[in-house]
Design a protein around this ligand. Structure first.
Ligand code: NAD
Ligand code: TDX
Length: 339
């Protein structure tokens, strides 16, 4: 089985490659990534020593390079994770989001169709559904109502995949997952940013009133779900993937949990100006994937958070290198005008 993982040096992509190497010993894996600011070859470095894992530095918007790769390798299965993924960056500038997330997906679909890829899994997000009030859930049938340029670009790419399923009888599924956390998470996102800032004794910039709710899923649980969808999911179907009831939490409570685990004072919390159009609450109904494919989240939120905190404690050089590099100028710009 020849498998392509796009975005393989990013957070979820690298965790997926680790899982596939562990759980599917006969698969030959091509890990593709452009290595943007968010991609880090160290995330999969040890795996590249295996003969059955190779790395390709390719831009998914480069139709010629993608076309060559697909016709040479004849992949059986594609997991498509490559994306611009950070909402705050999409608010500052959205062109790269449309390029990578929309055009890049279309380029992959064309190449996959032409080279007769048997199965394609498009990794999307619950953010395409927009924002919930204090009750209710997102279902696969919930209308798309994205509020950020990031979410809009993901929604567009989802629709392109589903259109290929209808028009070309292409064998793809779309997954929509809630917020992930775990090892190799780039420290611009809430959980890794707050863990590492707290470890450094820096302030934790909590947006707005801190009561926006996210549903958290430990990244390995997400990757297990993706494997099930790849092997047993149905063509043209959307599968929601989400955390357990214990994992639906306001940002303030997640922040308290991080500070408590690190033995740090709550005085480190700094309320700052809100994110524009900040979605109030995400909550996923994942009963479809549970009923059809037997998947459900298995890592309780607190246990996953303890593992994550421990990972950042024992991999200090991994995130210190990131935080001391080019990422610093983004950090200064994003938090400069929030008061
Ligand atoms: P990430 O930003 O950590 O990783 C994205 C990877 O894509 C990076 O390694 C980057 O170098 C690569 N990439 C970017 N542009 C590229 C291009 N033009 N060509 C090739 N590679 C390129 O993101 P993540 O958090 O790992 O998210 C992966 C996927 O999962 C995304 O599609 C995202 O929308 C989706 N998702 C993420 C979450 C979450 O909580 N992180 C939740 C649901 C869905
Ligand atoms: O400094 C911060 N302060 C803060 O209060 C940051 C970075 C975030 N927040 C809040 C905003 C959100 O309510 O924390 C919550 C989580 O924010 P992010 O980590 O930026 O994630 P979110 O915007 O929810 O999107 C994430 O989940 C869905 C991923 O980044 C997306 O790629 C995924 O699709």
């Amino acid at each position: 089985m020849k498998v392509l993982v796009t975005g393989a040096a990013g957070f979820i992509g690298s965790n997926l490659v680790h899982l596939l190497v562990r759980e599917r010993p006969n698969w030959k894996i091509t890990a593709l990534d452009l290595l943007t600011y968010a991609g880090n070859l160290k995330n999969i470095g040890s795996l590249l020593e295996e003969e059955r894992v190779s790395f390709a530095r390719v831009d998914i918007t480069d139709a010629a390079a993608i076309g060559d790769l697909f016709s040479r390798e004849k992949f059986d299965l594609v997991f498509h994770l490559a994306a611009e993924s950070h909402v705050d960056r999409s608010i500052m500038s959205s062109l790269e989001f449309v390029n990578t997330n929309v055009l890049g997906t279309q380029v992959l679909l064309d190449a996959a169709l032409k080279s007769k890829v048997e199965r394609f899994v498009h990794i999307s997000t619950d953010e395409v559904y927009g924002s919930l009030g204090s009750t209710g859930y997102f279902y696969e049938t919930t209308p798309l109502d994205p509020t950020s340029p990031y979410a809009a670009s993901k929604a567009a790419s989802d629709l392109m995949v589903l259109a290929f399923c209808k028009t070309h009888k292409f064998n793809a599924s779309v997954t929509r997952c809630t917020n992930n956390f775990g090892p190799y998470h780039f420290p611009e996102k809430l959980i890794p940013l707050f863990i590492t800032n707290a470890m450094e004794g820096k302030k934790l910039p909590l947006y707005g009133d801190g009561m926006n709710v996210r549903s958290w899923l430990y990244v390995t649980d997400h990757c297990e779900a993706l494997l099930r969808v790849a092997e047993r999911g149905r063509a043209g179907e959307v599968y929601n993937i989400g955390g357990g009831a214990d994992a639906e939490l306001p940002n303030r409570d997640v922040t308290f949990a991080i500070l408590d685990m690190l033995g740090k004072s709550r005085d480190l919390i700094q309320p700052v100006g809100d994110r524009p159009a900040h979605d109030r609450r995400y909550a996923i109904d994942h009963s479809k994937i549970t009923q059809e494919l037997g998947w459900q989240p298995s890592t309780p939120f607190r246990k996953g958070l303890e593992t994550t905190v421990a990972w950042y404690q024992s991999n200090r050089s991994w995130w210190e290198e990131i935080k001391s590099g080019a990422y610093r100028s983004y950090y200064e710009r994003n938090y400069a005008n929030r008061g």
